[in-house]
Design a protein around this ligand. Structure first.
Ligand SMILES: Cc1cc2nc3c(=O)[nH]c(=O)nc-3n(C[C@H](O)[C@H](O)[C@H](O)COP(=O)(O)OP(=O)(O)OC[C@H]3O[C@@H](n4cnc5c(N)ncnc54)[C@H](O)[C@@H]3O)c2cc1C
Ligand SMILES: *[C@@H]1O[C@H](CO)[C@@H](O)[C@H](O)[C@H]1NC(C)=O
Ligand SMILES: *[C@@H]1O[C@H](CO)[C@@H](O)[C@H](O)[C@H]1NC(C)=O
Ligand SMILES: *[C@@H]1O[C@H](CO)[C@@H](O)[C@H](O)[C@H]1NC(C)=O
Ligand SMILES: *[C@@H]1O[C@H](CO)[C@@H](O)[C@H](O)[C@H]1NC(C)=O
Ligand SMILES: *[C@@H]1O[C@H](CO)[C@@H](O)[C@H](O)[C@H]1NC(C)=O
Length: 433
C-alpha cells in the first residue's frame, strides 16, 4: 500500500510536468502567432473557404487544394501543436486542457445523475486537427447500409462508392505518392495487456468471430454470428497518433492551401442575403472579413457548425427572433442531434497487477521505447479490444447486419490514475466514487 503511494509521487510529477508543458507551448504558440508569424493572410479573396481545421475540414480543404487552379483558405480556432501531443498515452490529458472546447450539457433531470450539476462533459478538439488530435485513435469504419446508404433520398451512391472513399482516405498521405503502399489504418495496437488476449479467447469460446479485420471491405456481422471481436484497429503509426493533420497536412505541402490558426469564425457572410460569399472571424481581438468566390464549407464540428449557422441567421426563426438575429433562412439547424451513449462497467478486480501501472508509465525503458522504437506502454491507445454485437432478437431477420452495441475494453477504471484525470473529466460527483 505504501509502496503504491510512493510510486504515485513520480507519476504525479510527470503528469504535472506534461500539463505545464502543454500550457507553456499553448501560450508560446499564441504569442508567436500574434507577434512573429507571417501566417496572417493578406489576400482577402479565396476560391474556397473551409471553416474549422478538424477531421473533416482538413480532408476537404486538402482535396480542394489538389486543383492548383483554386486557392483555398482553412480557418481554425485553435493552435497548431507539437510532436509531444502525439503520444497516445497522453490522450486523457487533453480533456479540459487549452485545446479542448470544454463543452458541457445543461443540467438534466433524468440523465447524468452521477455527474456534478447533472451535467455531462462534452470534449472536442480546439486545435489544428480538431477532435482527431484528442480522440482515442480507434479506427472502425462506419456501417455502410445504416450509416451511409440510408442518408440518401435517391440512389445517389452505392456500397462500392462508399468503399472507394474508405480506401482513399485510409491511405490519404500516400495517395499522392504511391497508391500501392499498404494502408496505414487498421493497425493493431503495439501494446496491450494480457486482458485483451483473455477477452478475445473468451469471445472465441462464446462463438463470436475473432478473426475478421473490421476495416476489410468484406467485413459484416449478421444475426447468425451475433457479432465480432478484435484487437482495436487504431490510427497510430510507429507508435504515435495519426490525426487528420498528420494524414493530410504534414505529408505534402499544397501550394494553394493557406492554413490560418488561432482564428475564430463568428459569422458567415451573404451576398443578397442568399448566397454565402465569405466569413467574419476574430483573431487576437481584431475582426476580419474574408471572401469566397466559389464556396464556404462549414466543418466546425457537431456543435460549433450549428452555432455559427445560428449566429449567421440560419436556423429556426422562433429561436433567432428573440435573440434579434436577422433570419436569412428558417431551417431546423441544431435539431436531430445524435451521439453514441457510452456507459462504463468496472467489472474486474485482479489480485495481480497488469503491466499498465504508474510504474510503467514513468519507466525510463518505456520512454526510451516510445521515442526510439515506437513501442511500449506510451503507445497504449486506451482501448485494447472492440466488439460489435447484435442483440438477440425474436425477429431473426438474417439480412439485417448493423451492430446494436459496441464493446470497448479499457484495462483501467476511473480511479486507476488515483484521481489525476479520468474522474474529473467525467465530471463525477464525489459520492459517485
Ligand atoms: C475524447 C474523444 C474521443 C474520441 N474517440 C474516438 C475514437 O477513438 N475513434 C473515433 O472514430 N472517433 C472518436 N471520437 C470522435 C471523433 O474524433 C469525431 O467524431 C471527429 O473527429 C469529428 O470530426 P469533425 O471534423 O466533425 O469535427 P472536429 O474534428 O472536432 O473539427 C472541428 C474543428 O473546427 C474548429 N472550430 C470550431 N468552431 C470554430 C470556429 N468558430 N472558428 C474556427 N474553427 C472552429 C475546431 O477547433 C476543430 O478543429 C472521439 C471524440 C472525442 C471528443
Ligand atoms: C496555385 O499554385 C500554382 C503553383 O504554385 C500556381 O501556378 C497557381 O497560380 C496557383 N493558383 C492560384 C489560383 O493562385
Ligand atoms: C449548473 O448548470 C446550469 C445550467 O444547466 C448553469 O447555469 C450553472 O452555472 C451550473 N452550475 C455549476 C456550479 O456549474
Ligand atoms: C438533478 O436531478 C435530480 C433528479 O431528477 C433533481 O432532483 C435535481 O434537482 C437535479 N439537479 C440539478 C442541479 O439540476
Ligand atoms: C470469421 O470470419 C472469417 C472471414 O469470413 C472466416 O474466414 C472465419 O472462418 C470466421 N471464423 C469463425 C470462427 O467463424
Ligand atoms: C429484413 O431487413 C431488411 C433490411 O432492413 C428488410 O429489407 C427486409 O424487409 C426485412 N425482412 C423481414 C422479413 O422483416
Amino acid at each position: 500500500m505504501y509502496y503504491q503511494a510512493l510510486i504515485y509521487i513520480p507519476y504525479a510529477i510527470l503528469v504535472n510536468i506534461f500539463a505545464s508543458y502543454m500550457l507553456t507551448e499553448y501560450w508560446l504558440n499564441v504569442i508567436l502567432d500574434k507577434y512573429v508569424g507571417d501566417e496572417h493572410i493578406i489576400t482577402r479573396y479565396f476560391d474556397h473557404i473551409v471553416v474549422g481545421g478538424g477531421t473533416a475540414g482538413i480532408a476537404v480543404a486538402s482535396r480542394l487544394a489538389e486543383n492548383e487552379a483554386h486557392t483555398v483558405l482553412l480557418i481554425e480556432a485553435g493552435p497548431k501543436v507539437s510532436l509531444l501531443h502525439d503520444i497516445p498515452l497522453a490522450t486523457p490529458m487533453f480533456q479540459k486542457s487549452p485545446i479542448d472546447w470544454k463543452h458541457q450539457t445543461e443540467s438534466q433531470l433524468d440523465a447524468c445523475l452521477a455527474m456534478k450539476n447533472n451535467s455531462s462533459q462534452w470534449p472536442a478538439g480546439k486545435v489544428l486537427g480538431g477532435s482527431s488530435r484528442i480522440n482515442f485513435n480507434i479506427h472502425v469504419r462506419g456501417h455502410i447500409s445504416t450509416d451511409y446508404l440510408s442518408w440518401q433520398s435517391e440512389q445517389d451512391w452505392t456500397k462500392e462508392d462508399v468503399l472507394y472513399y474508405f480506401n482513399k482516405y485510409e491511405k490519404a498521405d500516400t495517395y499522392n505518392r504511391s497508391p500501392n503502399i499498404k494502408q496505414f489504418f487498421s493497425h493493431q495496437p503495439t501494446h496491450v495487456t494480457p486482458i485483451a488476449t483473455a477477452i478475445l479467447k473468451a469471445a472465441n469460446d462464446l462463438d463470436f468471430n475473432t478473426s475478421f479485420d473490421m476495416n476489410n471491405d468484406g467485413f459484416h456481422i449478421s444475426r447468425r454470428d451475433g457479432g465480432s471481436f478484435s484487437l482495436t484497429p487504431v490510427s497510430i503509426r510507429t507508435g504515435a497518433r495519426l490525426s487528420a493533420e498528420h494524414l493530410y497536412l504534414k505529408s505534402r505541402k499544397k501550394k494553394n492551401l493557406t492554413v490560418l490558426t488561432n482564428a475564430l469564425v463568428t459569422k458567415v457572410l451573404f451576398k443578397h442575403n442568399f448566397e454565402a460569399n465569405g466569413v467574419m472571424y476574430n483573431r487576437f481581438d481584431q475582426v476580419y472579413k474574408v471572401h469566397a468566390l466559389k464556396s464556404v464549407v462549414m466543418s466546425a464540428g457537431t456543435l460549433n457548425t450549428a452555432k455559427i449557422l445560428l449566429l449567421s441567421g440560419i436556423g429556426p426563426a422562433n429561436q433567432l427572433k428573440p435573440l434579434k438575429i436577422p433570419v436569412i433562412a428558417d431551417l431546423s439547424v441544431g435539431e436531430n442531434l445524435q451521439d453514441h451513449i457510452i456507459t462504463g462497467l468496472d467489472m474486474i478486480t485482479l489480485e495481480k497487477s497488469l503491466d499498465l501501472t504508474f510504474k510503467d508509465f514513468i519507466s525510463p525503458i518505456n520512454i526510451f521505447k516510445y521515442f526510439f522504437k515506437g513501442t511500449g506502454t506510451w503507445t497504449h491507445p486506451g482501448c485494447e479490444a472492440v466488439g460489435l454485437l447484435q442483440l438477440p432478437s425474436d425477429k431473426k431477420n438474417y439480412s439485417v447486419s448493423s451492430p446494436d452495441l459496441q464493446f470497448m475494453l479499457l484495462p483501467y477504471g476511473v480511479s486507476s490514475d488515483a484521481g489525476a484525470a479520468y474522474f474529473n473529466h467525467l465530471n463525477f460527483k464525489n459520492e459517485s466514487a
